[in-house]
Design a protein around this ligand. Structure first.
Ligand code: 8OZ
Length: 360
């Protein structure tokens, strides 16, 4: 019988166990949108995860939507990330980087020359973001022109190349949580006509072009993807999530990706949104490759899910923030540290690199 603590091969990446650290925005980047020394220590402490999925990282200056998030668009950022990947590898861990474009979830004060955010639409989201002045409503976006899409795809391609140059074992394409790629996927946001709007095929085109570019650059065996079919974070659900994400996964299957990472239910919230069933198992049967699940997993549910073969891996978010040695604690059935929720976003070492291990 397979357990959560058994090794697994994800494409080209060999993991020591089936416990992943989910990507977690912490807003502690230093000047120049670079991970600083504290971030090196933070990931080093968590290197016993089978796989660390490093926090969502903007692929270009235009892709950022929150203060102090670490980017992957220039050489200085690549050099800074090298310290992170070396530290994790020195501890025997594996680490991929989540490639992020926020789309309309941004604010002019965060963008170069006060540009407006870009999206599939010019409709403003009912959402806030975190800026130098605290939480503010997001800015009105402009709809990308079709002739700008090739440049956007190139930004993803460069970011993937940079991630490998920075020593990451691979990348995870962030196609979840109502950011740019989902702003194209969902008919609740995408009001375009032309090749990137209208039918499911057209709304999925951007995602599939990104996957084509990234896998062409670094290989499918180093490329994972994250989806969140039932998350409403900053946008309503699609009118037919099962059909939309069913098509997406059917198109993804032939690429032979390293893994597919699905957030079940509402991100960070209920796993079973009221009266809105979604058949994740159907997606898995279509995908066939390594299947990673996430969202509010307890130790018991994670053990059961892998033992039953319902998923190959489980990603934990908040438990990994407060427990650097989460793998050991899950193995031993040990008590978990409490999360200091007021230290999640921004700030210093407190609530970041000062959570105790069992050994300490
Ligand atoms: C929390 C705060 C800011 C960003 C996501 C990247 O939801 C995020 C995020 C989460 O995927």
């Amino acid at each position: 019988m397979t357990t959560l603590f058994d090794p697994i091969q994800l494409g080209d990446i060999a993991l020591a166990n089936r416990i992943a650290m989910a990507p977690l925005t912490r807003n502690r980047a230093v000047e120049g949108n670079k991970p600083g020394p504290m971030t090196v220590e933070y990931y080093r402490q968590r290197a016993t995860a089978g796989l660390i999925i490093a926090e969502a990282s903007p692929i270009s200056p235009t892709a950022q939507g929150y203060l102090d998030t670490p980017g992957i668009w220039n050489d200085e950022q690549v050099a800074a990330w090298q310290s992170v990947t070396q530290a994790v590898h020195a501890e025997g861990g594996k680490i991929v980087l989540q490639l992020w474009h926020v789309g309309r979830i941004s604010h002019t004060s965060l963008l170069p020359d006060g540009e407006v955010p870009v999206s599939s639409t010019d409709q403003v989201a009912n959402a806030s973001t975190f800026t130098r002045d605290g939480f503010v409503p997001v800015s009105q976006p402009r709809a990308l022109r079709d002739d700008e899409i090739p440049g956007l795809i190139e930004d993803y391609r460069r970011a993937a190349r940079n991630a490998i140059a920075a020593g990451f074992d691979g990348v995870e394409i962030h196609a979840a949580n109502t950011y740019l790629i989902e702003q194209f996927l969902r008919d609740s946001v995408n009001d375009r006509s032309g090749p990137y709007g209208g039918s499911i095929e057209n709304r999925a085109r951007l995602l599939l072009e990104v996957v084509q570019a990234v896998t062409g650059e670094i290989g499918a065996g180093r490329t994972g993807i994250r989806l969140s079919p039932m998350t409403t974070f900053t946008a309503p659900l699609d009118s037919n999530p099962q059909a939309l994400y069913g098509y997406v996964v059917e198109q993804l299957a032939p690429f032979g990706l390293a893994y597919l990472h699905v957030i079940e239910g509402e991100t960070g919230g209920t796993r079973t949104p009221d009266g809105k069933p979604f058949d994740y198992a159907a997606l898995r049967r279509t995908f066939k490759g390594p299947w990673m699940v996430n969202n509010g997993y307890s130790r018991d549910l994670a053990l059961q899910t892998v033992a039953d073969g319902q998923a190959d891996l489980v990603a934990f978010g908040r438990p990994f923030i407060s427990n650097p040695d989460l793998v050991r604690r899950l193995r031993d059935g040990a008590t978990l540290n409490e999360l200091r929720a007021d230290k999640l976003y921004g700030g210093g070492a407190e609530g970041y690199i000062d959570y105790p291990t069992l050994a300490a």
